[in-house]
Design a protein around this ligand. Structure first.
Ligand SMILES: O=C(O)CCC(=O)C(=O)O
Ligand SMILES: [Fe+2]
Length: 350
């Protein structure tokens, strides 16, 4: 109750378009459904997900890593929960707290404060490499109900702000980034071992300098009936994505023709296999389709880490034509601009 009241008074911090849509009784969900149907997402998106749909998602322990368990999760799920990851719970709590405070600033302050090399965006997670919204004119029908900060980790030391909250946030993100880099490297090396990849070849397939963090807030969507997507169904383009979600929940994965909730568990990260890892593994591992549902009453926060192959490193496999991450990213940007959605690995089928 108190939390909801606080969020009510927080309304000036949301991007104006969300305030209008929450208040005006416009019904984009129907329009969004039509758009999704056009994008071949119709079958899944007519379904609803309840708490009971939640399935026992595999758990991987980073302290005593079982290659067998890890391989199983990557093959059959494309996703797993990670425990004993070595990130102090105080760091996770502080990051969530600071992110919440920053998102709570007025919309105008966020626009003014979150600047190069970081960026502030809303309505879409599709950004250009420099971090600006790829399709800023996107209509309400394709809008993702989110706002976010994009943080390229290698450039973070160049971010200076007089604002004490931002200064502190930067330091926390740097510390968090070091942990995530360690975790992603350990996981990738074990996956490469599992897949029997040539160490010389696989070296450039995970390039820490490409990593970025997205800090998201999914505002509550109060006045609208029907489905509302914080993020529409998609697969990640990354090698690995690592999600740290708050207690609110809303992340869902598509498995066995059904959507399943990925319930939040404190101090546990969620690791996704991305498109690049699927191609590197010659389709042995699955890039899992997922989406984020928004709540009517509560906003949700998540802090997500993404890492990619070196831009020019060529991915060879029996399933796809040789391509680099650069080729892939350019194609995704082109498809998003022209079609309004990402086609993904299909474009590179051998
Ligand atoms: O917020 C989340 O939990 C997931 C975000 C996500 O899927 C993405 O950024 O690709
Ligand atoms: Fe994603």
């Amino acid at each position: 109750m108190i939390r909801n009241m606080l969020q009510m008074s927080n309304v000036g911090s949301y991007p104006p378009v969300f305030r209008q849509l929450n208040g005006e009784g416009v019904h984009p969900p129907q329009q969004m459904m039509a758009q999704l149907k056009k994008n071949n997402y119709s079958m899944e998106d007519t379904s609803t997900t309840t708490q009971e749909d939640s399935v026992p998602i595999p758990m991987v322990d980073l302290e005593c890593l079982s290659l067998h368990k890890l391989g199983d999760a990557c093959k059959n799920w494309g996703l797993f929960r990670l425990v004993n990851h070595g990130i102090p719970s105080t760091l996770l709590t502080k990051l969530q707290y600071h992110a919440k405070m920053l998102f709570g600033l007025s919309f105008e302050s966020k626009q003014a404060l979150i600047t190069n090399p970081m960026s502030y965006f809303w309505g879409t997670p599709a950004l250009t490499p420099s971090g600006t919204a790829l399709n800023p004119a996107a209509s309400t029908s394709t809008m993702n109900w989110l706002e976010g900060f994009n943080v390229p980790l290698t450039q973070l030391p160049h971010f200076h702000s007089e604002h004490p909250m931002l200064h502190c946030f930067r330091l926390l993100l740097e510390e968090y980034g070091r942990h995530l880099s360690r975790i992603a490297t350990t996981l990738f090396e074990s996956m490469a071992k599992n897949l029997d990849l040539d160490p010389k070849q696989s070296e450039s397939k995970l390039d820490e300098s490409t990593a970025f963090i997205r800090v998201y807030r999914y505002p509550p969507r109060r006045s609208l009936a029907g489905e509302a997507w914080g993020m529409i169904p998609h697969t990640d383009s990354s090698v690995l994505s690592i999600v740290n979600q708050d207690h609110v929940g809303g992340l869902e994965i598509f498995k066995d023709n059904k959507w399943h909730l990925v319930n939040p568990i404190p101090n546990t990260l969620v690791v996704h296999i991305g498109d690049m890892m699927q191609a590197i593994s010659d389709d042995e591992y699955m890039s899992v389709k997922h989406r984020v549902r928004v709540k009517k009453q509560e906003e949700r926060l998540s802090i997500c880490y993404f890492v990619f192959p070196a831009e020019e490193s060529v991915i060879h496999s029996s399933k796809y034509k040789p391509f680099t991450y650069k080729d892939f990213q350019e194609q995704v940007q082109k498809d998003t601009r022209t079609l309004g959605y990402k086609v993904g690995l299909q474009r590179f089928k051998a």
